[in-house]
Design a protein around this ligand. Structure first.
Ligand code: COI
Length: 400
């Protein structure tokens, strides 16, 4: 089968903070010629052997299949659905040496329906394309991205959790496979999709540690791209926070360490005088699809919704005065999670110090607005309520 050369899409800024990736020129001819993926030996057996434990955790249980397609000679090759397992990669591959890797996080739902559905998959593809372009990696065409997602979800239909709040988490990722230390991009890449049946990311109200030492991302860097390097930069503070009994670290801007950015895997909202406030995207914050959904959903539910620069000290003062009644976090993994406490570990101590104790700020309300937003969002995601925004997309049932 002849591989298909995909033109690089041009990317420009759009008004909704997502990037408008003008569609790769997928003429109907190109679409019809998209090579069907190969189903490797062992897939039916892997599926039949899969048993999910009662406690799923988040990423602890791997779905039994994965999708892989390679890029070489400037073209995407034929994809394959394979049993989940170790992959071969050269130790010198740029993905390993220089973190040449971008990824996405999305969920497939199957609550009360025979079929599965996705939530805003095109927005995941758009962000994936933008992340790839930030690292000057080839863009995975939308049709190929969806082919891979549909293949994994369709094959895993019977292992998608049926309980509300649980889902099949999908992790598409693209990485450079060429070995070499020269500081330029790989010329060969792999795009893969793995999946995990999951529970919500955080169980119960979260304890957030304000990070005043390390910095996650600076404007002009790669903070707005979903690339492994951002998460690597966050791990020291996140681990230290967890060792102190906290749930996650809260990041501040790199220049002044004054303005709230995000929580690595989540974006933050505060309820101030009844309105929903969230940090405006500053070029270093990851533009969360759940964040964007809450902006629309919040307005739909009658909230005033305000995106602005949010100084951390102002928010802490507003929690003390009661002007800020509630703080919450959102993300694909987290859905909408309540925050019980923000801990400020002044004076500034290195984040590796796991013994430090800081002042705690507890908003007077926990999981009231968060619960309302979570239920409204989940009801749409799980197709329990009408979807006035057109966010859900059914996954085609696999035949044959
Ligand atoms: C997601 O919500 O998809 C993320 O990537 C967050 C990650 C920390 C699980």
């Amino acid at each position: 089968m002849k591989p298909i050369a995909m033109p690089s899409p041009s990317i420009s800024r759009s008004t909704n903070n997502f990037v408008d990736v003008s569609r790769p020129r997928l003429t109907s001819d190109l679409l019809e010629n998209t090579p069907p993926y190969h189903v490797a030996a062992g897939v039916p057996e892997a599926l039949a052997a899969f048993r999910a434990p009662e406690r799923l955790g988040f990423g602890a249980v791997a779905a039994p299949v994965m999708y892989r397609v390679d890029w070489r000679d400037g073209a995407w090759q034929r994809g394959a659905l394979e049993p989940y397992g170790p992959i071969q990669i050269l130790p010198g591959a740029r993905a390993l040496q220089y973190a040449e890797l971008v990824f996405e996080g999305m969920k497939a739902y199957r609550v009360g329906h025979a079929t599965a559905n996705l939530f805003r998959p095109r927005d995941n593809w758009l962000r994936f394309a933008r992340s790839a372009q930030r690292l000057s990696m080839p863009v995975v065409p939308e049709s190929l991205f969806l082919q891979a997602i549909d293949a994994v979800v369709g094959t895993c239909l019977e292992i998608i959790p049926r309980e509300s709040g649980r889902a099949l988490y999908l992790r598409p990722f693209l990485f450079g496979t060429e070995a070499g230390y020269l500081l330029r991009n790989s010329t060969t890449f792999s795009f893969m999709v793995i999946a995990n049946p999951v529970e919500p990311y955080a169980a119960g109200p979260m304890r957030v540690a304000i990070e005043r030492g390390d910095v996650r991302a600076a404007v002009g860097g790669v903070g707005a791209a979903k690339t492994a390097a951002n998460y690597a930069a966050s791990l020291r503070a996140s681990t230290a926070a967890v060792l102190r009994g906290m749930t996650v670290a809260l990041w501040l801007d790199a220049r002044e360490q004054r303005f709230i950015q995000e929580l690595s895997g989540m974006n933050l909202f505060a309820v101030i005088d009844g309105a929903l406030h969230t940090p405006a995207l500053d070029g270093a914050i990851l533009p969360g699809i759940t964040r964007d959904s809450l902006l629309s959903l919040g307005r739909h539910l009658g909230y005033a919704v305000i995106e602005r620069s949010m100084p951390i000290d102002e928010l802490l003062a507003q929690i003390v005065s009661g002007e800020c009644s509630e703080v919450l976090a959102c993300g694909t993994a987290a859905t909408v999670s309540p925050i019980a406490v923000l801990e400020d570990a002044e004076p500034r101590t290195p984040s590796r110090d796991s013994n430090r104790v800081g002042r705690e700020y507890a908003p007077r309300q926990v999981d009231r607005v968060a619960a309302q937003l979570r239920e409204a969002l989940l009801a749409i995601q799980e197709r329990r309520a009408p979807d006035p925004f057109g966010w859900t997309r059914d996954v085609p049932v696999l035949t044959g």
